[in-house]
Write a protein that binds this ligand. Sequence first.
Ligand code: ATP
Ligand code: MG
Length: 562
Amino acid sequence: MENIDEAQKKSLNFIEAFVEQDLKDGKNDGRIQTRFPPEPNGYLHIGHAKAICLDFGIAENYGGACNLRFDDTNPVKEDVEYVDSIQEDIQWLGYKWKDVYYASDYFQQLWDLAIELIKQGKAYVDEQSAETIAKQKGTPTIPGTESPYRNRPIEENLELFKKMNTGEVPEGAMVLRAKIDMASPNMHFRDPLMYRVINSHPHHRTGWTWKAYPMYDYAHGQSDYFEGVTHSLCTLEFEVHRPLYDWFIDQFKDSDYRPRQIEFNRLNITYTVMSKRKMLQLVQEGLVSGWDDPRMPTICGLRRRGYSPESIHNFIDKIGYTKFEAMNDVGLLEHSVRESLNKTATRVNAVLDPVKLIITNYPEDQVDMLETVNNPEDESAGTRTLAFSKELYIERDDFMEDAPKKYFRMTPGQEVRLKSAYIVKCTGCKKDAEGNVEEIYCEYDLQTKSGMPESNRKVKGTLHWVSAAHCLSAEVRLYDRLFSVENPSADERDFRDLLNPNSLRVLNDCKVEVSLGDAKPLDQFQFQRIGYFNVDLDSTSDKLIFNRTASLKDSWAKEQGK
Ligand code: ATP
Ligand code: MG
């Protein structure tokens, strides 16, 4: 009880509380070492960010070290492209690993220990098919069936195991299994596989040297042990594997040191999928533009979308670490990016669906340079000037010819403020033969400019605008949720049939203020009254492209009653 109270005082999560207790108990000579162990078979996603923040965060908070370990034990799906992207994404999140390791570095050591286990009569080569082995597993209440190969002589096991690695044994024909207990109530103890044969693919680091590859349960714990990991943090589905993790450690342990596996809940987010396999399918089938498509929940997708590392950290802090699987609202992720960009993003003017506004009483060739604040949330961001002239663009839906009472935007006879500029009064519009508005007319009041006597006069509506002679054309990509159902993974239908058909809308003729001509890819802005946008990686000075990171309206905060 005392521990829980203490933990709550410092508001530690349960893993930090375990770590503190281990330190207090003098375990592992007070050393703290963690690892982040991705399999290089895809790009990292926001779920991995949750594991990264924990693995690196624990090491940082307790003066320990966190290593990056590539869990590269399946050559069929792995590639250096993924190794590189994983390193880039971790660094972008702001973390530094102490060392980089590869499970493949341990292939020889793992092999030697497997030989040792065979010699002790604790492992055997099984020649049954995967299906037969699966059928013999039994159920949690019905014991499994022992393989007819279980008790073959040690010498034979040694000979066959070596053959598994020379290429003489076809894939699937033999496996090495630990000889534990086919009647164990823990299914993972029913003679788990330790090695399988893969001879159709070279390994991205070891080439054709190995054809027998270690399985997760064996390789992972031993790799932790070889490296001196003290806390091996992983997701809840591995909880049932923990006794086996400990069993393998016990077979080889030669000192007081031992790694401790602790499990936490996976991150799941609504309206997306969080599995590398499914993401790979989306990429390969061209359903998204790539791993970094701004609609993807990958770290590189979020980066391209305009998420800052800070926004991801804030999100991860908010959801926390527990022992219960849950589904997190994507609205909370969006809320976090707004919160972060609100502090940092320069406010600019962009008109997504432009229509001309002509100020009939404004001098023909006059240009006013109006001072505007870059970010009201950050005084140090300073000010800039905006060109104001007789012809402007405003949003088409900021005008209505016959407006209802509470329409506080542009409508004949009504005053509105043009942001950072003057109060204008609408006088009418010109329409084409079909009734589409071509131009809107208004008159401005010089006295309402900032610093002038009536600058503080109140009007209900404020509109953003750009000067027609001082703006640039741009493409704006409006993103929405990638899937149209909350939990595509729990749906009976194929997840690819559940994609949101409106997840990307491209606007080709938007008008943005000239200052955006200098913007660099990934620069972040708030388009006033619209949302947060960033410069896409494909953007050039000839063709500006912006991505919508998030709209301004925070429906999540509203739901929470904020
Ligand atoms: P996927 O199912 O997407 O392929 P994985 O678990 O196979 O994911 P790994 O590369 O093995 O991916 O994961 C590396 C680390 O990240 C592991 O420790 C794993 O537990 C953790 N991790 C993966 N997905 C999530 C998630 N959604 N939430 C939290 N941690 C995760
Ligand atoms: Mg995995």
